[in-house]
Design a protein around this ligand. Structure first.
Ligand code: NAP
Length: 278
C-alpha cells in the first residue's frame, strides 16, 4: 500500500514530501475494496509550492503548502475544495463512488478524487463535509488511526431527516452533547476543530457582505490545530472567534439552525454572523 500520509506537524516544518506526493499521483493510495482514486492529468508538480498559507498562519513561521483531504462531494466539499485549490494547495475529495465525480475532475484537473479512506490518508488536514447522520459511520469505516494527530475541520451539522418546523431545523443531538463531542470521543487522537458549519456554502470562501467581514466561530481541544484552521479562515476572508474546547460545539452547531431560519421563512440566504465587541 502506498503510504501518502505525511504528518501535518512535519509538513509545517519541512513542507510536503514531494517524492511521496509524486508516488501518490502515479499510483494512488491502494485501499482494498475501494475504487482507485481518479488521477487528473497535467498536474505540474511545482504547483504544489505555489500559493501557500505562508504568512497567513499566525505564530507558525515558514509554513509550507499542505495536502487537504475532504470527506464529501456535495456543495460544501466542492466549495471548500475550490477555496483550497485557489490557494495552490493539493486536495482530494472523498466519496463512496469516485467514478460519479467525473464532472468535478474534468472541471478541476489538478485535484484528486478517491474513497473516504483515500482522502483521509491523503490529507495532512482533513475536512468533514458529509451528512451529519453519516459522519460517525464514515469515521468508523476509515479507522481513527488515519486521523491521528491531524487537524480535522468539522463542517458538519447534526440535522435529522425531518424537515424544518416553522423554519427551525431539527437536530438529532441534545443541548448537552454536540455531534463534534461524539466525534472527538470516537477518535480521541484526532484534533477536531468546528468551523464552516454556521454559514451557507455561498459565503464560505471570500464572503462578500455589505456588513463587512463576518465572524467564524470555532472550537476544539487542540490549540495547534485551531491555529492552523484560523490561518485557513483568515485566508478565506473570515474573522475568527475561538470559543474554547470541544464542548463549545454545543453552542456553535445550533448556530446553523439560526442561520437557516431567514432562508426557510423568507428565502433569504445571503447573510453571516458577526461578533461586535464593546
Ligand atoms: N450546504 C450548506 O450550505 C452547509 C453549510 C454548513 C454546513 N453544512 C453541513 O456540511 C455537511 C455537507 O453538506 P452538503 O450540503 O455539502 O452535502 P450533503 O448533501 O449534506 O451531504 C453530501 C455528502 O454526504 C455523504 N453521505 C450522505 N449519506 C451518506 C451515508 N449514508 N454514508 C456516507 N456518506 C453519506 C455523501 O457521500 P457521497 O459523496 O458518497 O454521495 C456526500 O459526500 C452537512 O453535514 C451539512 O449539514 C452544509
Amino acid at each position: 500500500m502506498t503510504n501518502v500520509r505525511v504528518g501535518w506537524k512535519q509538513n509545517l516544518r519541512d513542507g510536503p514530501d514531494l517524492q511521496k506526493v509524486r508516488r501518490a499521483r502515479l499510483s494512488g493510495p491502494n485501499i482494498p475494496g475501494a475504487e482507485p482514486p481518479i488521477r487528473a492529468t497535467g498536474w505540474p508538480l511545482n504547483k504544489i509550492r505555489r500559493g501557500s498559507l505562508v504568512g497567513r498562519v499566525p505564530t507558525i513561521k515558514h509554513a509550507q503548502p499542505m495536502k487537504i483531504g475532504i470527506l464529501g462531494s456535495g456543495t460544501v466539499a466542492r466549495t471548500l475544495a475550490k477555496g483550497f485549490l485557489e490557494q495552490g494547495l493539493d486536495i482530494m475529495l472523498g466519496t463512496r463512488k469516485p467514478s460519479s465525480l467525473s464532472d468535478w475532475t474534468e472541471a478541476n484537473p489538478t485535484s484528486f478524487v478517491g474513497s473516504f479512506q483515500a482522502a483521509a490518508e491523503f490529507g495532512d488536514i482533513v475536512v468533514l463535509a458529509v451528512k451529519g447522520y453519516a459522519v460517525e459511520e464514515v469515521l468508523s469505516g476509515i479507522g481513527c488511526h488515519v486521523l491521528e494527530g491531524k487537524p480535522v475541520i468539522d463542517a458538519t451539522n447534526p440535522i435529522s431527516d425531518a424537515g424544518p418546523e416553522k423554519g427551525v431545523l431539527p437536530y438529532f443531538t441534545t443541548h448537552g452533547e454536540s455531534l463534534m463531542e461524539r466525534l472527538q470521543r470516537q477518535c480521541p487522537d484526532a484534533h477536531f476543530v468546528k468551523a464552516f458549519n454556521s454559514v451557507g456554502s455561498g459565503q464560505m470562501v471570500h464572503p462578500s457582505l455589505e456588513g463587512g467581514t463576518p465572524t467564524m466561530f470555532i472550537c476544539g481541544d487542540n490549540e495547534d490545530a485551531k491555529i492552523v484552521v484560523t490561518g485557513i479562515l483568515h485566508s478565506f476572508g473570515w474573522e475568527v472567534e475561538d470559543m474554547g474546547g470541544v464542548e463549545a460545539a454545543r453552542a456553535i452547531e445550533p448556530l446553523a439552525m439560526l442561520w437557516c431560519i431567514p432562508g426557510f421563512r423568507e428565502g433569504s440566504w445571503n447573510h453571516a454572523f458577526k461578533l461586535l465587541k464593546g
